[in-house]
Design a protein around this ligand. Structure first.
Ligand code: LLP
Length: 421
């Protein structure tokens, strides 16, 4: 479900024509829909309304301050993986008491910052991290609320590069060592054991693997409680997939909630969820302009003004984002294109042999479902500026990140003294 639809053959975001945004703010540009963000958050929170549940939006999916503030207003918490993300979440109005800090590599600086802020939970991923957290919390006279992220050794995830729950992955504490590390945690100063955390991957469209992992986690919770280890929270991570194409039907939030309810059954526990893509994915599109159409050796290339630096998912995960013309013209035939960017890399290709309405120079196209892991993963390769982001609410559209000027892009660089003669 999203709020990007055609009206009289023009693509709109809510009540604003996409063309108007492209003309006002330039291309390439990310456009987000407030109504879609709100709907996704509310659908999930309603699905879990029967139990105590903190929805800690996974900031990595889309960390723009306005996106975070939109979710903060709905009561969202945040799942962060760096001090920078924590600072953003707090700046956007998410209270530290609703922030969980995940990630395998928390630095001393990050741990101190999170202890000072007074976050809800540290999701600890290893024994050395636990020892470091204990030492720093003890030094600061604090008690760190901790869940251990366990690795349930379950394969899941839409693509090998976004699967995290198997033994080979760097994430979490090995299943067979979990109880031992909990026992150690109970003896450490500065550590308050609170919960169990698990996250097995992203863009998971079938519930089976999640169910298997969550059942194992419930078994672990029972075992820990039997040892008088006070487990009052379970964090089930993120990972629920979204439809990237018309006709795809991944498990719905309601199915997911029913499965979780089933698995948790009679254990009295506070639930934490870390959804990212499910909230932001279909709430954003990425709009580009066609620079050239070039035919060569029997192939037709549409060369765009956007590139792999702006939207990395096709290059990194062979992801296909559905393409829609911003102006639909039924008189035009459908043709097959390779949609590519200007970067000198063969991976700078958004789609191969993609069938779309005939494209001409200066036409605008929208890559759909680009709200999650789009702008956040962009970079300035080829000294291409990070592109603008625009948020729409009803008939209003506002710039929520402007592209840097060339001067800003090089402002932190210096010519070494010895090069200035
Ligand atoms: N919690 C943890 C610990 C995570 O590692 C992640 C995502 C999430 C929550 C949120 O997962 P979600 O609900 O969004 O699936 N860049 C990739 C996705 C990487 C996901 C990394 N972890 C992509 O573009 O597909």
């Amino acid at each position: 479900m999203h709020h990007f639809d055609y009206r009289d053959s023009e693509l709109f975001c809510e009540d604003v024509p996409v063309r108007t945004i492209a003309e006002q703010f330039g291309t390439p540009v990310y456009i987000y829909s407030t109504a879609t963000l709100e709907r996704h958050f509310n659908v999930l929170s309603e699905a879990f309304s029967s139990q105590a549940c903190l929805i800690a939006y996974s900031v990595k999916a889309n960390s723009n301050l306005s996106v975070l503030a939109t979710l903060a207003a709905l009561g969202s918490g945040a799942d962060v993986v760096s001090a920078g993300e924590m600072q953003r979440a707090i700046a956007a109005g998410i209270p530290p008491g609703k922030i969980v800090f995940s990630g395998v590599g928390k630095s001393e600086f990050e741990i101190r910052a999170a202890l000072s802020a007074g976050i809800h939970q540290f999701n600890v991923e290893s024994r050395p991290e636990l020892l470091r957290l204990s030492r720093l919390a003890d030094d600061m006279g604090k008690s760190a609320p901790v869940a251990l992220r366990v690795n349930p050794h379950v394969e899941a995830g839409g693509h090998a590069n976004i699967s995290t729950g198997a033994a080979e992955h760097k994430f979490g504490i090995a299943w067979h060592e979990a109880v031992e590390v909990y026992k150690l945690a109970m003896t450490l100063p500065g550590i308050a054991v609170k919960g169990v955390d698990v996250h097995i991957g992203s863009q998971i469209t079938k519930l089976g693997p999640m169910k298997t992992a969550f059942e194992k986690v419930v078994g672990l919770i029972r075992e820990l409680r039997a040892l008088d280890i006070p487990i009052s929270r379970v964090d089930l991570g993120g990972g629920l997939g979204i439809p990237y194409k018309d006709g795809e039907t991944p498990a719905s939030p309601a199915d997911y909630a029913a499965m979780v309810g089933d698995v948790l059954n009679d254990i009295d526990i506070e639930l934490i969820l870390e959804p990212g893509r499910m909230i932001a994915g279909n709430a954003g599109i990425f709009v580009s302009r066609v620079e050239y159409v070039k035919e060569r050796d029997g192939r037709r290339f549409a060369i765009l003004d956007s590139a792999m630096n702006d939207l990395m998912r096709p290059a990194l995960y062979q992801a296909v984002h559905e393409v829609r013309p911003v102006k639909r013209d039924d008189a035009l035939q459908s043709l097959t294109y390779d949609l590519v960017g200007p970067i000198c890399e063969s991976t700078d290709r958004f789609a191969k042999d993609y069938s779309v309405q005939e494209l001409r120079e200066n036409d605008l196209i929208a890559f759909m479902s680009a709200g999650a892991y789009g702008a956040v993963m962009s970079n300035q390769y080829n000294t291409r500026p990070l592109c603008a982001e625009v948020l729409v609410k009803g008939d209003k559209a506002e710039l929520i990140r402007r592209a840097p000027t060339f001067e800003e892009m090089i402002a932190n660089e210096r010519v070494a003294e010895w090069l200035k003669s």
